[in-house]
Design a protein around this ligand. Structure first.
Ligand code: SF4
Ligand code: SF4
Length: 495
């Protein structure tokens, strides 16, 4: 792989001519990306519209879960400690599904990077999407690159002030919409708007709206590419995921060099004979780049693989009548082959690492799907009393107290039978109730809740196997046959 850090990147981290010698800080170089059109720009717009539409619309979708349950399709409900995603409903103890989803997302990111470089950064990362949107607004209000550069350099005037106020107001409106939409994932969306209208939004909600709106404004409007260049950890290790068969945005140096201005009096064969390449050194690729780099200097850490320089250069090539893709998504293997005058090397989809990532993705997805398909609707947990650890009764029997927590994950009241295994002569009784028998029947649990019972287990001392005898609690639904088991111990005196 070529050097992943360009001369500009090195300058950005401390050797800029505008930076004091020995300083660890680089001066901010404001970037004014030029408008560009082409296939990658169109693709970026399509992805932006689709992802933003999903972000804003999802909290408004309804999903009927029956009486008493929220009908918002996607909701993190802190009040009931549930996560709802359409037909999926997760309890706090099922957080491992979230871990599985994060592992799946990370593996998908690794696979995409191995195949296509930093396409996540260039096409789907929220930082890129919102920066794109903010820059679109900026262009609408302040004009394209040249106009913006002139406006920046101009002294303050009513016109400049008006444009700045309009731009920042629009940015703030987008930020507020973004922050407001974010809290809808934690709040019933229609209720939220009723609360807004009646000025009854809780202070915590207001705080998070302000936090997410402020973050959007700062990252999308002010920090923009600076976040990608300096704050995001992803560019630092994405190189280790790529190999010589990964598609990355590259300048076809073998065809483009020596770059020089176009001399219209010269034919292309004369230009070639004089050592000139297809690159006419117009600078468009650099001007359209949202991170402000010149891809002709080689693969760089600042490149987010957005493909805009490909579009920019293709429009130039088309104007001057040369073949497109002087800058293209290409592999290092093909670049090396072309530079050596060998036949083009085909893109290799199936490689050991792509197969490995694909297999891991399939295995993780299968585990999640199987887990969801066979998700239990009953869980039991048992907490043994710590003080006292046990009580010796007048007849010499030993008694332990336990708190049994029954998670009824259905929408109906259910009844259960509780039994223990490990002490053949043990009897059970719910605290405060008469009797003691081998099982406790008709323990009822309300729908979609955790119901607790305090249960006393009593056993003859001679049946104990030491100070801690293993004891399993078996809970069985009286209808449906679902069961749950919890391993605990029965404590008694030493010896
Ligand atoms: S060099 Fe090209 S692909 Fe890379 S960030 Fe700049 S415009 Fe996008
Ligand atoms: S846009 Fe194309 S022709 Fe113009 S400088 Fe960049 S690589 Fe050269």
């Amino acid at each position: 792989m070529n050097s992943l850090v360009s001369r500009r990147d090195i300058a950005l981290v401390g050797s800029s001519s505008a930076t004091a010698p020995g300083s660890l800080w680089a001066d901010h170089q404001k970037i004014h990306p030029k408008t560009v059109s082409g296939q990658y720009r169109s693709l970026k717009w399509a992805i932006l519209v689709a992802l933003m539409a999903a972000y804003y619309i999802l909290p408004w979708l309804r999903w009927d879960r029956g009486m008493g349950a929220p009908d918002q399709a996607v909701l993190v409900d802190f009040a009931t400690e549930r996560f709802y995603f359409f037909f999926i409903e997760l309890w706090p103890q099922q957080i491992y599904y979230l871990t599985g989803a994060l592992i799946l997302a990370a593996l998908a990111l690794f696979l995409a990077t191995t195949l296509f470089g930093r396409v996540w950064c260039g096409f789907a990362c929220p930082q890129t999407l919102w920066t794109d949107l903010f820059q679109w607004v900026e262009r609408r209000i302040e004009g394209d690159r040249g106009e913006r550069i002139r406006l920046d350099a101009a002294p303050w005037s009513a016109r400049k002030l008006g444009r700045r106020v309009a731009k920042h107001s629009a940015w703030l409106a987008i930020s507020l919409t973004t922050g407001g939409a974010w809290v809808l994932y934690f709040y019933d969306a229609p209720t939220f708007f009723q609360d807004v209208m009646s000025l009854q939004v809780p202070q915590t909600t207001m705080f998070f709206i302000a936090l997410f709106s402020g973050t959007t404004y700062l990252l999308g409007g002010i920090a923009r590419e600076q976040f990608c260049l300096y704050a995001c950890p992803w560019p630092r290790f994405q190189a280790s995921l790529q190999d010589e068969d990964s598609l990355v945005v590259t300048f076809q140096a073998w065809r483009g060099e020596g770059r020089r201005r176009l001399d219209k009096r010269q034919s292309w064969s004369e230009r070639k004979a004089a050592g000139g390449g297809d690159c006419i050194d117009c600078g468009v690729c650099h001007q359209v780049c949202p991170t402000g780099i010149d891809i002709r200097q080689g693969i760089q850490m600042g490149c987010i693989s957005c493909g805009l320089c490909v579009d920019g250069c293709n429009s130039v090539m088309s104007r001057i009548g040369r073949p497109g893709n002087l800058i293209a998504f290409d592999t290092e293997r093909n670049q090396t082959a072309q530079a050596a005058g060998q036949p083009a090397s085909r893109f290799r989809l199936w490689r050991p690492r792509t197969v490995a990532y694909g297999a891991l993705i399939a295995a993780t997805a299968a585990l999640i799907v199987i887990g969801l398909l066979f998700q239990p609707h009953l869980e039991v947990s048992v907490q043994r009393d710590r003080a006292p650890m046990f009580v010796t009764l007048a007849n010499g029997d030993i008694r332990n107290g336990y708190t049994i927590k029954i998670s009824n994950m259905t929408r109906q009241i259910r009844k259960y039978t509780l039994a223990v295994d490990g002490l053949p002569e043990a009897t059970l009784a719910v605290a405060g109730q008469d009797g003691g028998s081998r099982t406790v029947v008709d323990l009822s649990a309300a729908p979609d809740t955790v119901t607790s019972y305090r249960v006393l287990v009593q056993a003859p001392r001679l049946t104990l196997r030491g100070a801690a005898t293993p004891l399993d609690f078996h809970l069985a639904a009286t209808r449906g046959g679902e069961t749950a088991v919890y391993d605990s111990v029965f404590m008694g005196p030493e010896g």
